[in-house]
Design a protein around this ligand. Structure first.
Ligand code: IVH
Length: 670
């Protein structure tokens, strides 16, 4: 018996309304009010009803986010109001010039500014008619963009229908904003692409653009795109008079707005905010290339008007460039812990986004050829995020003829051993397993902060230990005596004892850190965590077959082979036995399953009074918890130290419990 169609229709509408509400809580407010399972139940019920009654499917149903077939090409969409670009300024003086011009043009009226981070993504326009999302387009040339409606529908933060709890849906609303990809998501996407041999995206902006401009919406749906809205096109049936009002109204209609905006009464306040943003730039989850300053009052904007496709009422106050040009003084070769020879350019020091850069990696010989970098060349260097500086390209136009081409040495510059380039690889390697450079690098890696975290075992000390023959392999570290250490340069009894204490403490490192510390090729921190969780002990990991390893989602053939090779080596097996013998117990229980912080995720912001971040992280991990670098709804606590940053604001926004340092100590029993 078919149910009464009207009853079904009402149930369907009810379900859609519920789901829309929960999408908003989840994707826009980051604060779900029901469990994932409950949500799935609602969604499934809706899907089943729609399958049974296809005549009741509407394009604004939450089930319709994916499912549109691939397009042949993008239809052009003319923007009713052009999507303008922004004028730029780079210095405080230029910004103040702009402010003075605004004041002059406004006569006696004083402007108030609204400042927002300038996101590096791609701008889109979303059209809502009677509250329903009808057309979405890219900016294109500002006048005509591409119809990417189906792709935008797959982004969960794009409301398919406006929320109408507080505001009745206007006849027409054109909302503009930026589609972007978070830095972490970008990294993960590229890692996946590397694994499957697909070309990498150069930066999050390109990844976002490439993902949105996909003929198959299914591909867009699989990419972690996000949205922040910040401007209007045409509107009918709703009155919004200022940027502030816009930024407060948009969320009520269901749109995500970047919470990091500020009302500034004076240009000085705007400059202060600029410096604040600049300072936080690295920690922001997305890439921002500046701050947009906008005149708040829309009536004043009318007075100011626009020139050459850019409004006079707004300006992009750009952050310092992350690129600079300088000269290559030399190209030297470094030997890494795997014996890999890496050409490194020694540069005439140059400032790139506030940091002096004097070396940049050139990765390998092919890279040097591809970029055609010669000793003496002028080059463009880039610093992006935490990444080590990189040479973008050489500038052949500036050559004098004195430049020298780089050649990979045939003998290791450190031990004089033979250098080989295995067939099919881009890397040259020193084959000598006891090459001091390899030993030093593997010890430095083992001792590094994210590995065994042996404080005080710095570069110079490692040099001395290896050069004096006191340490030939990692396990030797644990047999050093106080007398041996105290006799070294710049060491005394006290620092010797400190180092011994640190070494002793490091024996309790987690399995994930231990796996990472071993320096297995391609096994970074994340993969080490995956392996620790999957295998539970170093012996189990050592026994894992290639087939078992590649079955793990995060692990591709290259990583699997590298792990198998590592444990196939007699020498490496001996090393692990030696480390066990000194009490490094790699069979330590999986921390996640026990401890007072089991399954909890914490975020730290601000300084702790007598613990470094690294120590705090170790402590949390040892109690079964995890430490995340940014605040999301998955975080259980945010620990607030001195001078907290934006993570605290974010925690408050999401309603995540915060702990003072004192409370954190209590929680961990310290
Ligand atoms: S307002 C006429 N606000 O910057 C002003 N734009 O160079 C309309 N952008 O195409 C834009 N973040 O893609 C505005 N908070 C923000 C922005 C922003 C990034 C981009 C946008 C625009 C470009 C102009």
């Amino acid at each position: 018996m078919a149910e009464d169609l009207e009853t079904v229709r009402r149930r369907i509408e009810k379900l859609r309304e519920e789901i829309r509400k929960h999408d908003y809580y989840y994707y826009v407010l980051n604060q779900p009010i029901i469990s994932d399972a409950e949500y799935d139940r609602l969604f499934r019920e809706l899907q089943e009803l729609e399958q049974k009654y296809p005549q009741l499917v509407t394009p604004d149903s939450p089930t319709q986010r994916v499912g549109a077939p691939p397009a042949e090409e993008f239809r052009p969409v003319r923007h009713a109001l052009p999507m303008l670009s922004l004028q730029n300024c780079f210095t405080e003086e230029e910004f103040l010039d702009w402010d003075r011009r605004v004041r002059r043009l406004l006569g006696g009226e004083k402007p108030v500014y609204v400042c927002e981070p300038k996101l590096d993504g791609l701008s889109v326009e979303l059209i809502y008619e009677d509250g329903v999302f009808t057309v979405g387009s890219t900016r294109g040339d500002g006048y005509t963009g591409e119809d990417v409606t189906q792709n935008l529908r797959t982004i969960k933060q794009v409301p398919l229908r406006l929320l109408s709890d507080e505001i009745p849906p206007p006849r027409l609303l054109e909302v503009r904003g930026e589609v972007y990809m978070e830095k972490e998501a970008f990294k993960r996407l590229n890692e996946e692409r590397a694994k499957s041999g697909e070309p990498l995206f150069a930066n999050p902006r390109n990844a976002a653009a490439g993902s949105l401009r996909q003929l198959d919406p299914g591909v867009t749906a699989s990419r972690p795109l996000k949205l922040f809205c910040y401007a209007l096109g045409r509107v009918e049936g709703i009155e919004i008079k200022s940027q502030e009002e816009l930024l407060v109204t948009l969320p009520k209609l269901g749109f995500p707005v970047n919470p990091l905006w500020r009302r500034c009464e004076t240009p000085e306040e705007a400059i202060d905010f600029y410096h604040e943003l600049l300072e936080r730039r690295e920690e922001l989850p997305y890439e921002a290339d500046g701050m947009v300053v906008k005149v708040n009052d829309f009536a004043q904007r009318e007075v100011l008007g626009e020139v050459s496709r850019a409004p006079r009422w707004a300006i992009a106050f750009k952050f310092p460039a992350e690129e600079a040009t300088t000269r290559v003084l030399d190209i030297v070769v470094q030997v890494g812990r795997t014996g890999a020879l890496t050409p490194v350019a020694i540069l005439e020091p140059v400032e790139v986004s506030g940091v002096t850069v004097s070396r940049a990696t050139l990765h390998n010989e092919d890279e040097v050829r591809r970029k055609d970098v010669r000793i003496g060349d002028w080059v463009v260097v880039r610093r992006a995020g935490e990444v080590i500086p990189e040479i973008v390209k050489s500038i052949p136009e500036r050559r004098t003829g004195e430049e020298k081409e780089f050649k990979m040495p045939t003998r290791c510059p450190v031990c004089g051993g033979p250098v080989v380039r295995p067939p099919g690889e881009v890397v040259h390697r020193c084959e000598n397993l006891s090459c001091p450079a390899r030993i030093k690098e593997s010890i430095r890696h083992f001792a590094s902060r994210r590995a065994a975290d042996i404080e005080g075992l710095g570069e110079k000390l490692v040099d001395q230990l290896v050069d004096k023959g006191l340490v030939r392999r990692i396990s030797d570290l644990y047999h050093l005596t106080k007398e041996q250490l105290a006799a070294l340069e710049r060491m005394g009894d006290k620092s010797a004892q400190n180092l011994l204490d640190q070494l002793e403490r490091s024996k309790g490192m987690s399995l994930a850190r231990f796996i990472y510390a071993l320096g297995i090729r391609y096994v970074g921190e994340h993969i080490a965590e995956v392996l620790a969780e999957r295998f539970g002990s170093i012996d189990e990991l050592a026994r894992a077959s290639y087939e078992e390893l590649v079955e793990i989602p995060e692990i591709g053939p290259r990583i699997a082979q590298s792990i198998v090779d590592f444990f196939a080596s007699e020498d490496n097996r001996r090393l692990i036995e030696e480390l066990k013998a000194v009490g490094i117990d790699p069979r330590a229980e999986r921390p996640k399953e026990k401890g007072p912080l089991a399954g909890k995720t914490l975020v730290f912001t601000g300084r702790l009074s007598d613990m470094t971040r690294e120590e705090a992280k170790r402590l949390v991990e040892s109690l079964g918890g995890k430490v995340a670098s940014s605040v999301s709804r998955k975080v259980d606590y945010v620990v607030v130290g001195e001078d907290p940053g934006s993570k605290l604001d974010r925690a408050r926004e999401l309603g995540i419990p915060t702990l003072t340092e004192e409370e954190f100590r209590k929680l961990v029993g310290r």
